[in-house]
Ligand binder design. Sequence first.
Ligand SMILES: Cc1ncc(COP(=O)(O)O)c(C=O)c1O
Length: 450
Amino acid sequence: MHASLERPRNAGFMDLTAGGEALKIPSDAALKRAALCFSSFQNHRREHGAGLLTSALYPTYPRADLAFKHGEGAWLTAENGDRYLDFSAGVAVLSLGHNHPHLVETLKRAAEAPWHVSNLFRIPQAERLAQRLCEATFAELVFFTNSGAEAVECAIKTARKFHAVNGRPERYRLITFEGAFHGRTLATIAAGGNAKYLEGFGPPIDGFDQVPFGDYDAVEAAITQETAGVLLEPIQGEGGLRVFAPSFLTRLRALCDARGLLLVLDEVQCGVGRTGKFLACEHAGVAPDIAALAKGLGGGFPLGACLATREAAKGMTLGAHGSTFGGNPLATAVGGAVLDVVLEDGFMARVARLGALLRQRLAELEDRYPSLIEEIRGEGLMFGLKTKIPNADFAAAARAEGLLTVLAGDNVVRLLPPLIVDESDIAAATSRLAAACARLAAPAEKLGAA
Ligand SMILES: Cc1ncc(COP(=O)(O)O)c(C=O)c1O
């Protein structure tokens, strides 16, 4: 059926294939591939306008037309040679920045050893990493995953199973909060409760009762005989860097204890040192029963973990859960190397100190540009600027000045620098943000002067 398709001669087409390979090899298969590519390009343009095409990938992301050829520390070099200061860090993934020598060395060594053995055998790297996570946190047991959503899934299953083995299988519901984001699997979109992410995917998985952000009375009122626990991000990332007050977490902990419920924390974005503590809940002096980690834990290698007390994980016995790749030797070797650095004496104190410096600089910008910045939120090196103009416009202006940021809900622009940034990176980010603000404020000032 592709025989009738013309050879693609579109000038832009070369950019859409892997290095233009399809056009250089004029075999039938290559031409078919190219034709398919071209037709999906046309479909894409029809359905999404002339926006950026990302070849045969699902068009589920609003991708910027930028690709990178080199990264070092907090800096990225684009294919055209432009340099960017990366305060997006792969959405809080690159805890140690790009190409950290210890991670590179560890991964190279791990690549010489068996890449993968199944979880039907012992994996010493995973055992060591689990042990270190337990020593660094409230946890006594760990289940490794490949992503944040899987870590949260495991947390949800662990909470449900706890009550089931306690003879209360009807306790399967978790209380969650508006603005939450827990991932994109069917269970985690139900937990997040964002209508935009649920639409079109059939009936949401049952078992989540959402209450307004930070509303303690609403949590209390939502508890029923079916409640298993409370699930929240101590700092909502995608929801707009909304920080739950430490006193709120303390009250939730007490409430869970009093009512036999589990406190389940999603620290996928705010964990692993990002806030200046290994877990963000440590700022409140609160220990959860279960916590999900990912993102920064692998420093760029896909790795997640569900942490639990022995008691909370009592239902997760032989055969209760599984993952082919979870805890594989490559991932857990790299995770171990991340911990080597993050758990070094003084590392997290440094994150807190640099975070305070960045906060001060951002506050100065807020004072200088009250028409652009409404509020600064966050903790450690996890910041959100709530902007008065559309956040996408602000982020685009920052990118034009060579600073990469990430958007969040509630009209927020996130700054999530690698945790290894130094004073000069903070200074560079500040001057780029100041230039972006000046660029954005100019038209408003001109209008005011007219
Ligand atoms: C708080 C939180 N939980 C879960 C997830 C899902 O993680 P992943 O995309 O690795 O599945 C994210 C991702 O942004 C997150 O920020």
